[in-house]
Each structure stands twice: as structure tokens, then as C-alpha cells.
Design a protein around this ligand. Structure first.
Ligand SMILES: NC(=O)c1ccc[n+]([C@@H]2O[C@H](COP(=O)([O-])OP(=O)(O)OC[C@H]3O[C@@H](n4cnc5c(N)ncnc54)[C@H](O)[C@@H]3O)[C@@H](O)[C@H]2O)c1
Length: 271
């Protein structure tokens, strides 16, 4: 059902790789809610061609940009504002990749060049994006930028590797840039900390099934599906959340507030 929550709003959605991607679901929901937006992803990801199907469904275009390249971002933002016919009201940063995780490097035997890549792709890209938008004054007042993150920024999850450090940095950029952008232009910046979700990025984590199963069993509501994450992102893009900024918001069925649950109690109760 559409309430046209995003009618008249313009945006950019980064990170739709295939139909499992969280960004894919956000694009469908934003379209359903009346938004107009441009889709973007790294040129290498576009070669798969899947994103063109999404663009067709959302009656929009795809503009490639490597989110680590300021030059690419400058072009993307200029072209998006031109294509959409005005400043942006929302941006989804749904970007993450770690060469160390992908190649199975242990956290205690890390490749530092790859670590820098992890940080550049998964964290600094948000700073580059926000800085470029600010310089071009490309986001309208009360505009909303949302980045996706994971609870490994706050707690230890073996297997998540250097992505944990990248997410901690990402969340810090959300807070710091949120301050400056809010002060200067009333632009909001938040991160959504999502449950484990079966996507290309998610399933690349060693032991993903255990992460997924443990969180699902521990959370009173169970793991939050990608589609519900998309609904939450839509509320954050909308005018119903105008005074929410600089926050890391958990969308995880309650997992982040859990200590122990009955399953664990039963396991450790002396029989
Ligand atoms: N899947 C999960 O369990 C989970 C949980 C919490 C948070 N997240 C976060 O959600 C976001 C989206 O991931 P997803 O799970 O939908 O997986 P995904 O693999 O579908 O999306 C990751 C996207 O990042 C893009 N990307 C990588 N390098 C890029 C670059 N240099 N420039 C531009 N784009 C680039 C990829 O092409 C891909 O579209 C990520 O930030 C991820 O860390 C995922």
C-alpha cells in the first residue's frame, strides 16, 4: 500500500547489485511511495546488468560511480540534480566491501593495503559523498542521508574482520558530518544498523549462517527482513522524521538490547 510518503522527493540510491540487495528493496519501496531517484553503483557492478531491470521497474536511469572516487561522485551528483530537475531530498549509502573478508584473511593476519581499501569503500565513501554534496549545495533543507551499518561496530563478531572497524568509522562520520551538515543546511545524516541479511555482501562473511541463526533466535522479533529495512529507510527519507539526525538506529528485531534469553538459560540449566 502506498501513502505517497515520498511524493515530490528526489534522491540517489547507491548499492543495488541484485534483487537480494537491501538497496534494491529500498528503490522499489521509494518508487512505490512516489519518489524520483537515480540509481548508482560501481562501474564493475554494472557489468552484471541486473540493475537495468530495476531501473526499468522504477522508470529511472543508472549513473555509474565508484564511490571512492571524488571525481565520479562530482559527476554523479551534478548529473543527478540535472536529470531529476532539482536538488536532492534523500540519499541511500548502501555500500560495503572488504577484500580481507572476501579473500578469507584472518583479522590477526590482515593485509594493510586491503584494509585501506575496506575503509575507503565502506566508510570514507560516505564522507566523500557528503563533502561533495555540501560543496555543490546539492541537498535541500531537511534532506536525509541514510547509510547502512552493522552491530559489529559496537560488539565483537569474529568473522566480520576489518568491516567492524569500517562500520565504526562509518558511524562516526554519520555523527560528525551530521553535526556540520545539520548546522549549515538542516540536512540529516543517520545510519541504520540492520540484522544479518542474506545478500552478496552478507553471505560473504565467514560463518554468516551462524550470525544469522544466532541473531534470529536471540531477537524477540526475529531478524528484520530486507524489505522491512527498506520501509524503515523510507520513513527516514520522509518528513515524518525531520528532527532525527546523527543517530545510529537499530533495525534488528531487538537484538542489540538482548542479554540472555530462554534458549541460553535452558542450555546452561543443570539438568
Ligand atoms: N547483508 C547484511 O547482513 C548486512 C547487515 C547490516 C548492514 N549491511 C550493509 O548494507 C549495505 C548493503 O549491503 P547488502 O547486504 O545489500 O549487499 P550487496 O552486496 O547487495 O550491496 C553492497 C553494494 O556495495 C557496492 N559497492 C562495492 N564497492 C563499491 C564502490 N567502490 N563504489 C560503489 N559501490 C560499491 C556493491 O556493488 C553492492 O551493490 C552494506 O553497507 C552492508 O555492510 C548488510
Amino acid at each position: 500500500m502506498s501513502n505517497q510518503l515520498l511524493a515530490g522527493k528526489r534522491g540517489i540510491i547507491f548499492g543495488a547489485l541484485d534483487e537480494n540487495s537491501i538497496a534494491w528493496k529500498v528503490a522499489l519501496k521509494a518508487h512505490e511511495q512516489g519518489a524520483k531517484f537515480v540509481l548508482s553503483n560501481a562501474p564493475v557492478a554494472l557489468r552484471l546488468g541486473e540493475i537495468n531491470k530495476l531501473a526499468e521497474q522504477c522508470s529511472t536511469v543508472v549513473i555509474p560511480a565508484d564511490a571512492t572516487s571524488v571525481e565520479d561522485l562530482e559527476k554523479l551528483i551534478t548529473q543527478s540534480v540535472e536529470h531529476l530537475g532539482g536538488k536532492l531530498d534523500f540519499i541511500l549509502h548502501s555500500i560495503g566491501m572488504s577484500p580481507n573478508v572476501r579473500k578469507g584473511k584472518a583479522y590477526t593476519d590482515i593485509n594493510y593495503e586491503w584494509f585501506q581499501k575496506t575503509l575507503d569503500i565502506s566508510s570514507l565513501s560516505l564522507h566523500k559523498l557528503l563533502q561533495t554534496c555540501m560543496k555543490q549545495d546539492a541537498i535541500s533543507e531537511w534532506g536525509s542521508v541514510v547509510a547502512l551499518t552493522y552491530i559489529a561496530a559496537q560488539r565483537a563478531f569474529p568473522g566480520y574482520g576489518d568491516m567492524a572497524d569500517a562500520k565504526a568509522t562509518l558511524e562516526s562520520i554519520v555523527r560528525s558530518f551530521g553535526y556540520y551538515y545539520g548546522n549549515a543546511k538542516k540536512v540529516r545524516v543517520n545510519s541504520v544498523s540492520q540484522s544479518p541479511t542474506a545478500t552478496t555482501a552478507g553471505s560473504g562473511i565467514k560463518g554468516f549462517d551462524s550470525f544469522f541463526g544466532f541473531a534470529d533466535k536471540t531477537s524477540p522479533l526475529g531478524n528484520a527482513p530486507a524489505e522491512d529495512c527498506a520501509n524503515y529507510c523510507v520513513t527516514l527519507f520522509s518528513d515524518l522524521t525531520r528532527y532525527v539526525t546523527m543517530q545510529n538506529l537499530f533495525h534488528d528485531g531487538g537484538f542489540s538490547k538482548m542479554g540472555i534469553n530462554e534458549l541460553v538459560v535452558n542450555e546452561f540449566t543443570k539438568k
